[in-house]
Ligand binder design. Sequence first.
Ligand SMILES: [Zn+2]
Length: 189
Amino acid sequence: MLTICRFPDDLTFLRRIAPPIEEAEFGSQALYNFAEQLAETMDAFGGLVGLSATQVKETNRQPIDGSAVVYQEPAWRIFSMMVTDNEATTVCNPEILWLPPEKDWVMGPEGCASFASVQEHMKAPAMMKVRARTVSGEDYEATLHGVQARCFWHERRHLDGLLLSDSMKPLQKKMFLKKVAKAYKEMGR
Ligand SMILES: [Zn+2]
């Protein structure tokens, strides 16, 4: 199981910008293993709807073609999300093809495993058209609605080092981070 990074202790990890998965990496054992670990970790934490590679510390990513690529703080451009109640889907190099203008976004509860899963009301797109690759390299295209759209939006931002708290107004952020600190304290850590 992977260790989930926490705000603010693991900010260096959480702020990573995940480099794209390269063509030669699709279908590799290393990528399969990592995808499996992501899904397992989500499962073990029960109730997580998404988890991105920048939220964990152990990615074990190495250049596989002997190239000079050096991953300083390695992360894969990949995340797992629940598309149905009990099935996790892992997507690589995710892209947003279309999303509604911000005035049409909707408010809804949003939490993050890196913030003790404390929920906050946030605006997010209610619908999105997305494209990605599967772990084996196949094309994945989907139109997502509701929780799935919010989840894709949230996880995709993680891969660029952006966090839930970044979209909050100063006072909201202050209150939210207080609740997060309290939640971690209650968990005994
Ligand atoms: Zn998150």
